[in-house]
Design a protein around this ligand. Sequence first.
Ligand code: KG4
Ligand code: ZN
Length: 347
Amino acid sequence: MSEPVVLGIETSCDETGVGIVKGTELLAHAVASSVEEHVRFGGVVPEVASRAHLEAMVPTLEQAYTESGVRIQDVDAIAVTCGPGLTGALLVGVAAAKALALAHDKPLYGLNHLVSHVAVDQLEHGRFDRPVAALLVSGGHTEILLVEDIASDVTMLGSTIDDAAGEAFDKVARLLGLPYPGGPHVDRVAADGDPTAIAFPRGLMAAKDAERYRYDFSFSGLKSAVSRHVQRERAAGRELAVADVAASFQDAVVDVLTRKTVQACRDHGVDTLVVGGGVAANGRLREFVRERAGAAGIDVRIPRPDLCTDNGAMVAALGAEVVRRGERPSSLDLPVDSSLPVTAVVA
Ligand code: KG4
Ligand code: ZN
């Protein structure tokens, strides 16, 4: 079969994304974000996100058609994120995808959001030709995955046992008086700070955790340590060294993420690492991953930042692989699953 043209829809959180690909070639990448509507609440409000998806869906679809010059009639399949994510938000994308599939007689594929974050790298760096490991770091997920085959064989090696990495960035930003979403602000402020100024804890890195929690993360203790530090400084009447706190916190997160991921690659004999999700935009993480994975002889693939954050092209990218393999389409009564496990690539 020649490379399939796939339209992908993403609505699991606060981005309405529609992407169109032909195999690993990106043809359209339209994204509308409702992040501005959540800023005053300091986090995503599910009901607000669902309503924003409803309003943005048709304009975003039209933008993708215009960008690519592809008409819905020319598409081989419709792919949509059906989990994990916010239930009400997922329902909007899945309903739209079903309507398109039914009206235009196209096969429908309900796909896993987490696996799509990994698949998107193929649009930039070409098709995976061997098993890869993936570090997925976003506002909602922090996972190390082993990807034997992107369309059919994905396992989770480890994940966070409390906060996601992006969530930790957002909470610490709040403690430091920085706006939501905090990750980019912490990244920027930390550039002027000393990452060795404060010895913040590294979660699940103790010798006793090397077995049970070998590839797992914990960031809630780190967040509490930052909170205690801020309170102590205030109580002592000292001015908070925001840049030093940001830099020391950021290094604590990035240090653990990279050490455990390189360890996972080594243990599984994998020589390619893909990094994805919003936190993959972090400058210090990109630097640490390149340095440490590079030193271990691991090839590092990190998509450009606007493909790391949630978008429809990533769903289309995974859809194209699934269609190429001849996988069976999903049924038209496809449900959403807010906690879809990563092993379920196609629902
Ligand atoms: O993947 P994403 O766009 O949405 C989710 O699926 O959650 O990730 C958003 C997260 C937010 O927590 C945000 O603060 C974080 O990614 N983030 C960053 C940076 N840019 C975005 N964290 C650290 N450094 C950054 N430069
Ligand atoms: Zn995501």
